[in-house]
Design a protein around this ligand. Structure first.
Ligand code: AP5
Length: 214
């Protein structure tokens, strides 16, 4: 599981983790945005909450995550949850189903940096790659011309998302305190990934050791 404030770099790190480890990336933000752009019933209900930086009601998000986790590719490749759980009740829903991560990574980034990262973020609708106007500008003019800005990436909405995040974090951490690894996210993407990579390698080694003892 990977967590952290808005724009702490979860999506960016998940793209790098998936490339190396082949896990199935389940991002509730991405799943909800897909519903909104398809104009589904779920999307219509979720949009208002997302636009205001509030949490979408648990019953919508939890059903979505549980159904995604039960698919065959997840059983084969393993999962990487990004942006879920985001409240104590969401964490409790997973605990009741005995769904626990091997590791809980928390990306730590100061608030002033987060706002700049959100406001400058751009998304490529073709490759889903995440850019930033200053930090990670697009490679070509063609990519630059098709980049999109998320409607919830204005300074005002980011502040509201940050408040929501802070209100809920402590309660979630209490569920995963034994698995928690805080990572300094205010470094280059590569430096952050290098630390996460070492943590994931350790998880893999521990899994091999415990299998050999069975
Ligand atoms: P969601 O999409 O999950 O948004 P979020 O948590 O606010 O996180 P972000 O996607 O904004 O940021 P990120 O940490 O992935 O950063 P990124 O890698 O893109 O959720 C959106 C909304 O959906 C919520 O507000 C809520 O309404 C709803 N929702 C979602 N899950 C829910 C749930 N479980 N329950 C209820 N409602 C839910 O990076 C950001 C920028 O920084 C980019 O421009 C990137 O290029 C740049 N960057 C990344 N890493 C670095 C670095 N190391 N150095 C410099 N810049 C960097």
């Amino acid at each position: 599981m990977i967590s952290g404030a808005p724009a702490s770099g979860k999506g960016t790190q998940c793209q790098m983790i998936v490339e190396k480890y082949g896990l199935v990336h389940i991002s509730t933000g991405d799943l909800l945005r897909a519903e909104v752009s398809l104009g589904t019933e779920i999307g219509k209900k979720a949009k208002e909450y997302m636009d205001n930086g509030h949490l979408v009601p648990d019953e919508i998000v939890t059903d979505m995550v549980i159904s995604r986790l039960s698919r065959e590719d997840v059983k084969e490749k393993g999962w990487l949850l990004d942006g879920y759980p985001r409240s104590f009740s969401q964490a409790s829903s997973l605990e009741k189903l005995k769904i626990r991560p091997d590791i809980y990574i928390l990306l730590d980034v100061p608030d002033d940096i987060l706002i700049d990262r959100c406001v400058g973020r751009r998304l490529d609708p073709v490759t889903s790659k995440i850019y930033h106007v200053k930090n990670f500008p697009p490679e070509t003019e063609e990519i630059s011309a098709r980049l999109l800005t998320r409607p919830d990436d204005t300074e005002e909405k980011v502040k509201s998302r940050l408040e929501t995040y802070k209100r809920n974090t402590e309660a979630i951490l209490s569920t995963y305190v034994d698995l928690l690894n805080k990572v300094d996210g205010n470094r280059s993407r590569e430096a952050v990934f290098s630390e996460i990579d070492s943590l994931l390698q350790r998880v893999q080694e521990d899994a091999v050791k415990s299998r050999s003892l069975e």
